[in-house]
Structures are given as C-alpha cells and as structure tokens.
Design a protein. Structure first.
Length: 350
C-alpha cells in the first residue's frame, strides 16, 4: 500500500509475542466515513491489530498512517482517535454527562462548553435527559451508548471499538446493531471495530477484513465474503456452508452425489480455471426440498430437524460424507427420504 490516500492505512504490520506471530503482514484501509470490521475467531489477531492502530501496541515491522502521515510511533494521546473498550471503562463515581465530558476536560475545554457538548452527544445516541444519572442506573445497552458518546464527543479522526456489543443479551444486541450503525454514520467519523460475531459485522460494517492466524483471508463487503468467498476457510467461517468437491466446466460445476453426476450453475469461481477441481459452497438458502419432478434433483435423507418459528430447518444427508441444512415450511419426519435441488447459482472455491 502506498499510504497516500485519506483515512487510515495499515501497511503490512507484524507483531510477534514470545516467538509466536500474532499479526502477520496485515494490510487494509479505512476510508473517510467508512465502517470497517475486523472479524475472526479467538486468536486471529484482530484485537492486537486494533491495539496497534490505537497506539497501545507497537508493531515490530510495518506502518500505520492517517491522511498520509506516518503515526506508527505516536502514542495513543497524540493520534486523536476515540476508543470504545469492550467493558466500556466508564467511571462509576461520575454521572453519565461527566463520563461523556471526561475526554474534553483532558483537552482543556471549559466546563460549560464540555457539558454542552456532552449533552449534545447524549442526544445523538438517544440518551438525552439522562446526563444527571449515575452509570449504574443504566442498562447494558445504555452504557454502551454512553461509551460511544464519550468516544465521539472529542470529534476523533477515527473511532475504534473493541467488541462493542459483546456484553449485551441477544435481544438487546439485535436492536442495538442498527442503532450503532446509525450513530456511527451520523458521527461522520470513520470507524474500525473488532468482533468475532459475523452477524454484528454484517449488520454494521460497510466492509469486512477477515483474519485467521494473524493473516488477512479476505477484505471486502459483507456481500463479497458471503457470495464470493476467496477460499474454503472464508466460505466455512462466513454463514453456514457445506463444501462439495466439484470440477468447473465453464460457468457450471459438476458434482458427484452418491455416484450420480449433477451440474450446478456457478456465481463465482475465483482462482479456478476451466477444468480444474475445487469445491462448491452450498448454503441453506441455495437449496429447496423439491415438490415436483422438475429440474436436476438429488436424493437425501432427513437426519434431524429443528423448529425455527416460521419454518423448520432440516439436516439432510446426501451420502456418507455430505450433510447440509435446508429450510422448509413443510413438516417432514426424521428418517424420511426427500428430493432436493439447487435453486440459485453457488460459489466455487479452490
């Protein structure tokens, strides 16, 4: 990366702890106004990468730039970034408004101005009128918004968030996702956040950087990673997928199911030449239980099912090695033989 563009540029950073490489030549950008998620399993290097961007860790090699300026060796206080920590790090002895205004006080802003700005920041996150309360009187979701208001009130060049929704219960987590994206967009500051939860990333991020073992597996929009995975690891991490060995023939893939050959239409096949082998990525929404004799059908057996409100999710076995899920509103007993067919183009990975 050249590092000449506006916004954040992370250029081939490396971080090694006790001989173990935690971050391995990671590069990506966060453009002005963009929301980018660092996603990966535990130990993938995402939190270490975030801490390097924030200045709390130093990269062994590589650079961190903002608006073309090399900030690799600058301390956190000199980067003018706002940070929302996983456990919020709110001060229990301070009121909500005092918590939000804390960063302004450290910057020498007068008390009257910082309280005015804190009040406006609380309005933007839907907490207007709650500035006089103590933080212990707020719910987990409200505390999360206080932490966000505190980070945003200093008008940072970049917002950094470490697992911002991890402390919320599932119901509140879903409702807070949209609120968080809206608040981040209204702040107009670019944001980089860490999460292991792909649903959070899909709901909030404009772009996802997927990490594994300290390396970038793929960098793209949520739609890119889901519909056009670059590798098998990406396909298996993002969404629910079953990989079936296949051979590419033009825009089709040929797969063998229980000794029978079937063709499926491909939506993407990055890195696979015509005639080469790979694996098709079969997701539940790409398959339906056939209700007629039309089209290319595959024979399967229902081995499990679960009720999911508006529909059932069935686990089907195609042969000894291939098991996948499909949703249907039909009620089918476990052990039943069914016919299924692929109803939409699917990706193929090397």
């Amino acid at each position: 990366m050249s590092g000449s563009g506006a916004g954040l540029v992370v250029d081939s950073i490396v971080r090694v702890f006790s001989g173990q490489t935690a971050v391995d030549h990671v590069s990506f950008e966060v453009k002005p106004g963009e929301l980018v998620a660092l996603v990966g399993a535990s130990g993938s290097g995402k939190t270490t990468t975030l801490r390097i961007v924030a200045g709390y860790e130093q990269a062994d090699t590589g650079r961190v730039l903002y608006d073309g300026q090399d900030i690799t060796r600058l301390g956190p206080s000199k980067r003018d970034f706002g940070m929302v920590f996983q456990h919020y790090a709110l001060f229990p002895h301070m009121s909500v408004a005092e918590n939000v205004a804390f960063g302004l006080e450290a910057r020498g802003v007068s008390r009257s101005e910082r309280m005015q700005r804190a009040s406006a920041a609380l309005d933007r996150v839907g907490l207007g009128g709650k500035g006089a309360r103590m933080v212990q009187q707020l719910s987990g979701g409200e505390q999360q918004r206080v932490a966000l208001a505190r980070a945003a009130v200093i008008e940072p060049r970049l917002l950094l968030l470490d697992e911002p929704l991890s402390n919320l219960d599932p119901t509140l987590r879903q409702s807070t996702r949209d609120e968080l994206r809206t608040t981040l967009k209204e702040s107009k500051a670019p944001a980089l956040f860490v999460t292991h939860d792909q649903d959070d990333a899909f709901a909030i991020a404009d772009r996802i950087v997927l990490l594994s073992r300290g390396r970038v597996l793929q960098d793209g929009s949520p739609e890119d990673l889901y519909d056009r995975p670059a590798t098998r690891d990406v396909a298996m991490f993002i969404g629910h997928a079953t990989l079936i060995p296949a051979r590419r023939t033009g825009d089709f893939a040929t797969v063998s199911i229980a000794g029978a050959m079937h063709r499926v239409v491909l939506s993407s096949f990055t890195g696979i030449a015509d005639g080469e082998t790979g694996a098709v990525v079969l997701r539940p929404e790409a398959v339906e239980i056939a209700r007629d004799d039309g089209g290319d059908q595959w024979s399967a057996t229902v081995i499990a099912r679960r009720f999911a409100g508006a529909q059932f999710v069935y686990r089907l076995r195609l042969d000894a090695d291939i098991v996948f899920d499909v949703a249907s509103r039909e009620r089918i007993e476990t052990g039943a033989a069914v016919a299924v067919r692929v109803t939409r183009p699917v990706p193929m990975v090397p």
